[in-house]
Design a protein around this ligand. Sequence first.
Ligand code: MG
Length: 253
Amino acid sequence: MRLVRFRRDDRIATGVLEDDHVHPLRGTFFENPVPTGERLSLAEVRLLAPTIPSKVVCVGRNYQEHAEELGNEVPEEPLIFLKPSTAVTGPGDPIPLPTLSHQVEHEGELAVVIGRLARHVPAEEAGRFILGYTCGNDVTARDLQRADGQWTRAKGFDGFCPLGPWIETALDPTDVGVECRVNGERRQYGRTSELAFGVGTIVEYVTRVMTLLPGDVLMTGTPAGVGPLSPGDVVEVEVEGLGVLSNEVVPGD
Ligand code: MG
């Protein structure tokens, strides 16, 4: 099932996407939503980020080839960091290039959307706490990441966490392709079977530290091939069996 958030005129709502139609829901995804009985054409609505997380928890250096391309090793335990909720944007939203950075890069990733309050969840039970999956772009100011020693600025600008286009509830995340294209050209590709730490392990590791709330997002790490973005570029993140998240890069402030 594909779960969407959408805007139509002044109304923002959740819904289920079937073919080219959205069936709106009453309420959130997390509290027994009920179909309203309406049926809207996909062309009539604008899709939004499919979740409004309280936080986005990311895993760094989770694909060996990507760790190596930046001169790092895969860590012995998951290396986690946060992106603020204000970084989240939706499909079709612009990615603004901040004037503070001269090297902003794409990181296409499989994103996990949490469905239930999760605390101390064993890896083998993680599936019960996951609503579904979406495409994510862990946009990174690489020059600030190198300069700062920690990553809050580099990862935290407004618009640096595009998510979407929807939440796929039926995806098996153990071996799907993750691809990032810029202007139609493939820049990154990997398979989630190459993840040093899989989804269950990430859920267990993170929930030993902090409670995950419904709608929170885990970014599973990016495959090799990260590279710079320029104004006018169109970045697409595609997760096999899920869909394509597309965003245009624009000058920021
Ligand atoms: Mg990343």
